[in-house]
Each structure stands twice: as structure tokens, then as C-alpha cells.
Design a protein around this ligand. Structure first.
Ligand code: NAI
Length: 338
């Protein structure tokens, strides 16, 4: 049975990698009806809004979107696209799997799924300046909000993800030794949730600074990692770096009412129109989407073809050290479909 999915090709290299992604997963047998919508600069051109109501309405209907990178126009009156999406659909879990695909890099056997809390912490945007004497900006204060509800649902998501994907261990990352209230609440709640999974999924906790070091010393020891918003932001880029950079890293934003899948990289303005963008990250995001809508067999076929193509080393885009165009790479992945 076919599933309707909102497709937002995006800006810059977005339309070209979205086109490549759709071609590949269609060739692999994906049963998807695309409801194509615009956002970002394309949204401004068409509707005067980077996050048009028509696009939000489409996601409300389909509850699933595949999104290319978007440029948020700088200037007053423009809504941040990512913030609008996160708020409208309460996308509380940001999930980023990172796995070594290209052999011979600095790290081999990396296979980590980072689960980042996406709605709380320092990102609630509650900050202000403090006047001291005649200096109105003598100090600044930001509030990091952690709730038991937010902590519980993100840690539970990490454990449920581990169970559903045959993963063995969840590592909770925190700074509860210093931030005893906010990070302490996250750790305590995490430990409570972990007890429900005892005997099924292992649990450990690490302090953020030690975690940053362990990740570059022995990344192969980590499996599913769950953490608060700011730590997750930093660790997810660190983990992407362990497996060859942002061009190979997909991301999913999961909420109760919707799920939005995207490449982690941006619009790559420096290579727009050159036909050399790597569609890999968006393609892997589409595979996460296929898993989500119950088409894991297609996702497995696509991942296999993508990995075989990349590992063969003969047909690589420039960011991976090759000379192939987006179209040549796409054709090679399609040819490699089992
Ligand atoms: P970027 O990720 O677009 O580019 C960084 C570097 O990586 C560039 O040299 C680019 O050519 C290269 N690159 C990125 N993706 C590639 C791909 N698929 N294939 C080959 N090379 C690739 O980051 P930058 O330049 O900081 O941001 C550009 C724009 O993208 C900005 O407007 C930013 O706001 C937006 N952006 C949007 C995101 C989203 O919608 N999720 C995420 C990050 C940035």
C-alpha cells in the first residue's frame, strides 16, 4: 500500500539531491505518493513565506515529510523554518545515526545513534540582559529548562529505539555533577526509565566532557546515546565527523504528531548548479523514513546499494574524493540495487 509523504525539495542543492533520492527509492520499489511543497527561499518566492501554510497543512495531513536543506532568509518578519516545524509538530526527538561506511578512515566500526532532546534545555530561547550601573548589557542570563516529562519521553524514545532496532546499550550523557538540579533531573529521570528496560537493554551514564574524549578514543564502544539539547547539538556533529562528515549523515525529527526526515547538511551554496552534490545524506534520511512507514525491506535494499557504490570507490562525488556527477552517482546506486 502506498503512503503519502510531503516532499520539500528545499533550496540550493536541495532539488537536485531530492530528485536523485526520489529516483533511487522509486527504482528500489518504494510505495510513496509525493505531495511536493515548498519552503525556505522557494517558499518566499512562491508564497512570500519561508514556511507557507500550504506546506504546514500538507504535513498535518500526511504526518511525514522528507525535507531538503532550507535557507532561512535573514531579516525581520521571517520565521525560522526549523523552529516553526519543531514547534508546530512538537518534534521532540532528533535522531542521527552515524556508521562507518568508507573503509580506511581514522575510525572503523563506528555505529552510533545519537538521540537528542529537541525542545528543551538552553534552546527554549528564554534569555535577557542584566543592567549593572549604566551598562544595560553588563551581563546576560539564559535559562536551561529541563522537565521530568521532556526527560522521560526522550529517554524512553532512546530505549524503544534500541529495542526496535536490535541495539544493546543506551548511554545517557549529562553534566549532573555540576548542574545538580537541571542535569540532575535528566539523569534521575533517565535512571528511572532505564529500570523498566533492565535485562533487555544495558544502561550507563557518562559526563559530557569525558564522553567527548571517549568518542574520539574508542567510539566503537557506543551504541545509542541520549542527551539534552545543547550537548546533543555538539555531540551529533562530533559523531558525524567520526564517519566522514556531514555529507553522509541523515537525521530524523520525531514528534507525536509528525516525523520529518532530512539531510543534516545545508544548501551548499558553493556548489549549486554544478551537478556535483552528494545525495547520500538525503538518501539515507529517506531510508529512515521508509523504516518509519513500514517499508524497511526497500530501505535495506537502498542502503545496500548505496554502501556497495561508495565502497567500490569508482563512482564517487567530489566530497568523497571522486569526480562523478550527482547523476552518474545516482545511476550507479540504481544499477547496484539488488
Ligand atoms: P553546508 O552544509 O550547506 O555546506 C558546508 C560545506 O559542505 C560546503 O562546502 C558544501 O559544498 C559542502 N556540502 C554540504 N552538503 C554537501 C553535499 N550533499 N554534497 C557535497 N558537498 C556538500 O553549510 P553552510 O554553508 O554553513 O550553510 C549554507 C546554508 O544552508 C545556510 O543558509 C544555512 O542556513 C543552511 N542550512 C540549512 C540546514 C537545514 O535546512 N537543515 C542545515 C544547515 C545549514
Amino acid at each position: 500500500m502506498s503512503t503519502t509523504v510531503t516532499l520539500i525539495p528545499g533550496d540550493g542543492i536541495g532539488p537536485s539531491i531530492a530528485d536523485a533520492t526520489v529516483r533511487i527509492i522509486t527504482a528500489a520499489g518504494a510505495q510513496v505518493d509525493w505531495d511536493t511543497q515548498v519552503a525556505g527561499i522557494a517558499g518566499v518566492s512562491r508564497w512570500g513565506d519561508p514556511m507557507p501554510d500550504a506546506t504546514l497543512d500538507s504535513i498535518k495531513r500526511t504526518r511525514i515529510a522528507l525535507k531538503g536543506p532550507l535557507e532561512t532568509p535573514v531579516g525581520e518578519g521571517f520565521r525560522s523554518v526549523n523552529v516553526a516545524l519543531r514547534k508546530t509538530f512538537d518534534l521532540y526527538a532528533n535522531v542521527r545515526p552515524a556508521r562507518t561506511i568508507i573503509p580506511g578512515g581514522r575510525f572503523t566500526d563506528v555505529d552510533i545513534v545519537l538521540v537528542r532532546e529537541n525542545t528543551e534545555g538552553l534552546y527554549i530561547g528564554n534569555e535577557h540582559y542584566i543592567r549593572i550601573g549604566d551598562d544595560p548589557r553588563a551581563a546576560a542570563e539564559s535559562i536551561a529548562l529541563i522537565t521530568r516529562h521532556g526527560s522521560e519521553r526522550i529517554v524512553r524514545y532512546a530505549f524503544e529505539y534500541a529495542l526496535a532496532n536490535g541495539r544493546k546499550k543506551v548511554t545517557l550523557v549529562h553534566k549532573a555533577n555540576i548542574l545538580k538540579y537541571s542535569q540532575g533531573l535528566f539523569l534521575d529521570t533517565g535512571r528511572m526509565v532505564a529500570r523498566e528496560y533492565e535485562g533487555r537493554v544495558q544502561f550507563e551514564d557518562r559526563i559530557i566532557d569525558a564522553m567527548a574524549m571517549h568518542l574520539v578514543m574508542r567510539p566503537e564502544q557506543f551504541d545509542v546515546v541520549v542527551t539534552t539539547n545543547l550537548f546533543g547539538d555538539i555531540l551529533s556533529d562530533e559523531i558525524s565527523g567520526l564517519v566522514g562528515g556531514l555529507g553522509m549523515t541523515p537525521g530524523a525529527n520525531i514528534g507525536v504528531n509528525a516525523a520529518i526526515f532530512e539531510a543534516v547538511h545545508g544548501t551548499a551554496p558553493d556548489i549549486v548548479g554544478k551537478g556535483i552534490a552528494n545525495p547520500g545524506a538525503l538518501l539515507l534520511a529517506a531510508c529512515m523514513m521508509l523504516d518509519h512507514i513500514g517499508q524497511s525491506d526497500v530501505a535495506t535494499r537502498v542502503r545496500g546499494a548505496f554502501e556497495r557504490t561508495v565502497k567500490s570507490g569508482t563512482m564517487l562525488t567530489r566530497d568523497l574524493g571522486g569526480t562523478s556527477s550527482t547523476d552518474e552517482f545516482t545511476d550507479a546506486v540504481i544499477a547496484a540495487l539488488a
